[in-house]
Design a binder for this molecule. Structure first.
Ligand SMILES: [Zn+2]
Length: 87
């Protein structure tokens, strides 16, 4: 499993590769970029709130991708890679 990029839980206290943080910590936050048809889709992911796609300036996009957007297929692959199919 891939450790989160950051976590602000005092339980983890910077130990981002601890099982607690990876498997169940609601403060753990992953940051990555998906590429679909050459276009980049930066996003943040939190196990509690799911993915939030971001604008170039790092702020959340006002309009998140619709259900049929091809970025979701890439996101599913990303989830499997990050959580080793155990999500
Ligand atoms: Zn954590």
């Amino acid at each position: 499993m891939k450790p989160p990029n950051f976590c602000n839980s005092i339980n983890c206290n910077g130990n981002l590769d601890k099982d607690y943080c990876i498997k169940g910590c609601s403060h753990a936050q992953w940051v990555d970029i998906l590429v679909v048809n050459g276009k980049k889709y930066p996003f943040e992911f939190n196990q509690r709130f799911g993915p939030v796609f971001l604008r170039k300036d790092g702020e959340p996009k006002v309009n998140q991708p619709s259900e049929k957007h091809p970025v979701w297929a890439e996101f599913e692959k990303w989830l499997k890679e990050v959580f080793n199919d155990k999500h």
